[in-house]
Design a binder for this molecule. Structure first.
Ligand code: SF4
Length: 180
């Protein structure tokens, strides 16, 4: 699909993107200015559309990803209307897949709730605390007291390791999140 097909919706998004970029770059609304006609028309002059696939589940819906070639940053997402599987549609997870990389809510480090508030902890602390709790559960109630529930976002390799982990743990209680 040509880029010109998106003009109406994308013009609005471009205005929003320029405002957000200026705001986060300078940390103040005082530095905001109106976008020039040229910027509205083409805020990322070096962007290219790349056809890719949603990785959230195995359906494999098509995504048009607009990527800034200079920085290789994924800028915007659109639907691949001629995709043979999704035929221009997405579910509520896939339609915002770009948020997996861009969302300000994205979890980037372990958090622990202490006295009702989330506190940042190190990966080492997180792994040790979770591991100690799991070992205690296994010691007290046996390996079959736990079920391992895989994620639809696992790659093949992650699924392989996850299955191995459950086997070494000592249980066959393992399933896929999509089945619930
Ligand atoms: S858009 Fe939804 S149904 Fe399609 S691959 Fe992504 S998660 Fe699966």
């Amino acid at each position: 699909m040509s880029k010109t097909t998106y003009v109406g919706r994308r013009s609005f998004l471009k205005l929003a993107a320029l405002g957000a970029a200026a705001s986060s770059a300078f940390g103040s609304n005082e530095t905001l200015r109106s976008a020039t006609k040229e910027e509205i028309k083409n805020p990322f002059p070096n962007s290219v559309m790349k056809r890719t696939i949603c990785s959230i589940c195995s359906v494999g819906c098509g995504i048009e990803a607009e990527v800034d070639e200079g920085s290789n940053v994924w800028i915007r997402q659109d639907m691949a209307v001629d995709h043979p599987i999704s035929q221009g549609s997405h579910c509520c997870k896939g339609i915002d897949q770009i948020d997996l990389t861009k969302s300000k809510m994205r979890l980037k480090y372990p958090l622990k709730k202490v006295n009702g508030k989330w506190e940042r902890i190190s990966w080492e602390t997180a792994v040790n605390e979770i591991g100690d709790k799991m070992l205690k559960i296994r010691e007290e109630d046996g390996p079959d007291s736990v079920e391992f529930l895989g994620s639809a976002k696992f790659s093949n390799e992650q699924a392989f390791y996850f299955r191995k982990f459950a086997a070494f743990w000592g249980t066959n209680n393992i399933d896929h999140v999509a089945r619930i």
